[in-house]
Design a protein around this ligand. Structure first.
Ligand SMILES: [Zn+2]
Ligand SMILES: [Zn+2]
Ligand SMILES: [Zn+2]
Length: 244
């Protein structure tokens, strides 16, 4: 956190150095899928070799998840084409306001704009044969989306799961779940909430994400129940996706 001198912000443990939440689903021979265009997208892509994107999925329109949208220009250049982008309707409305210059059709001199091929999510879909199941989540009063890819689900930014989310989360091997901090928050799971939700979902392994500087990686890791761990920037997980 800018200007903070707490133990976690001063930590030399690289797992305490956290950029904004985002994942990259790399299915060799099929698709490279980016989930969200986080504020730090450029830095993350350079650090972790994210060299192409066949599609971008948006969980919701909050700044930490979309403000890297301009970096998509580079993926456009490498593909020489617009990028299919998937989001629910409220997220598209937010993107169109926040990035008016991408959508207003007005020609602008100088730098280019991201070229997107917008798709509104209304159910499961596929990207180059990789099946994606949107999972409805509550982020405070905002309906947002998590995504399931085969045996793995990514559920960031949530503080409750609606009834229709549960059947979509059966039989998971790997779950990535929001766990913001210890103190209650109006739009995110606390660590205790996330532990309870993870145990109810029952994936073989769960990784918490979106932690603030209230959480020391080493400290909390030592106290989490079996099967639950903290994710960290650059973490790579092998998962089985659903093809076809
Ligand atoms: Zn701090
Ligand atoms: Zn959010
Ligand atoms: Zn967020």
């Amino acid at each position: 956190m800018i200007g903070c001198t707490c133990a976690v912000c001063r930590s030399t443990d690289p797992r305490d150095k956290r950029l904004r939440p985002s994942i990259y689903v790399d299915v060799p021979g099929h698709a490279q899928i980016l989930v969200d265009t986080a504020t730090d997208l450029r830095q993350q892509a350079l650090a972790h070799g994210v060299s192409q994107a066949d599609a971008i999925l948006f969980t919701h329109g909050h700044a930490d998840h979309v403000m890297g949208l301009d970096e998509v220009r580079r993926f456009n250049v490498m593909r020489n084409a617009p990028i299919p982008c998937y989001a629910n309707r409220p997220t598209w409305e937010t993107l169109k306001r926040s990035f008016y210059y991408v959508f207003d059709g007005v020609p602008r001199q100088g730098g280019g704009i991201p070229r997107l091929e917008p798709h509104e999510i209304d159910g499961p879909f596929s990207v180059n044969g990789v099946r994606v199941v949107p999972v409805p989540l509550w982020h405070g009063r905002m309906p947002i989306l998590g995504f399931r890819f085969g045996s793995c689900a990514y559920l960031t930014d949530c503080n409750a799961l609606p009834d229709d989310a549960w059947p979509l989360l059966e039989g998971l091997d790997t779950l990535v779940l929001d766990a913001l901090r210890y103190k209650p928050h109006t739009t995110h799971f606390t660590v205790d909430d996330a532990i309870a939700a993870a145990q109810q979902i029952g994936a073989r392994q769960t990784f918490f994400t979106h932690m603030t500087h209230d959480i020391s990686h080493a400290d909390l890791s030592a106290r989490l129940p079996a099967g639950i761990q903290l994710a960290y920037d650059g973490l790579v997980l092998d998962v089985a996706v659903d093809l076809g």
